[in-house]
Design a protein around this ligand. Structure first.
Ligand code: ADP
Length: 214
């Protein structure tokens, strides 16, 4: 399966990706994670990226698409399935992704379009915590770690992303509506959209999604 996880920030793409990776052995390509890796390196590019991400704006199409293209052409086992999470985020990126995948003869099977109400997204994002070391996801209320600030999986330090504050979340939601939501139409024209109600608990979302893998 070759798929895209689409949906507003906080809708649960990362959580679902963790499950799909285990269950269906899909490679997980998260541009957000790739950009945060670059920030961690402390490079000049990383410093620039941190400013952009913390403001809630999008990183340039050119840069993100180049990262993804490198990954697809040099770093991905195309005989296995894969899923994109957080990419594409603009119609330009969607068109470029189609072009890149056509070149390697691996077109997308479908696009999971997850959606949830704004108050649900807000609660998920303000409570979200992440392991600095392995990227495991937590939530202060619905999924706290066993020991405060320590990752259950790897013992790493748990932190809050600099863009998970109310002000930046508001900006990210506006960017989503303006730049990313038009992608739904783009893929609908290709008949590739599978809609998922992501207001539900993670376990129910998994059940709803499993239908598309039969
Ligand atoms: P979320 O889905 O919760 O918003 P991500 O980790 O996918 O979080 O993205 C965090 C930030 O990284 C975005 O707000 C944006 O600044 C940047 N980013 C990630 N993916 C892309 C992309 N495909 N195009 C442009 N910017 C991106």
């Amino acid at each position: 399966m070759k798929i895209v996880l689409l949906g507003p920030p906080g809708v649960g793409k990362g959580t679902l990706a963790g499950f799909l990776k285990e269950k269906y052995n899909l490679a997980h390509i998260s541009t957000g994670d790739m950009l945060r890796e670059e920030i961690k390196k402390g490079s000049d590019l990383g410093v620039e990226l941190k400013k952009i991400i913390t403001s809630g704006a999008l990183v340039s199409d050119e840069l993100v698409t180049k990262l993804v293209q490198q990954k697809i052409e040099h770093d991905l086992d195309l005989s296995k399935g894969f899923m994109f999470d957080g990419f594409p985020r603009t119609v330009t990126q969607a068109v470029d992704l189609d072009t890149i995948l056509k070149k390697v003869n691996a077109p997308l099977d479908f696009v999971l379009n997850l959606d949830a109400d704004f108050d649900v997204l807000l609660k998920r994002m303000t409570g979200r915590r992440v392991c600095r070391k392995c990227g495991a996801l937590y939530h202060v209320i619905s999924k706290p770690p066993l020991k405060a600030d320590v990752c259950d999986a790897c013992g790493g330090e748990i932190y809050q992303r600099t863009d998970d504050n109310e002000k930046t979340i508001q900006a990210r939601m506006e960017v989503y509506q303006k730049s990313t939501a038009p992608i739904i139409d783009y893929y609908a024209k290709q008949n590739k959209i599978k809609k998922v109600d992501a207001n539900m608990e993670a376990a129910e979302v998994r059940l709803a999604v499993a239908v598309f893998f039969k």
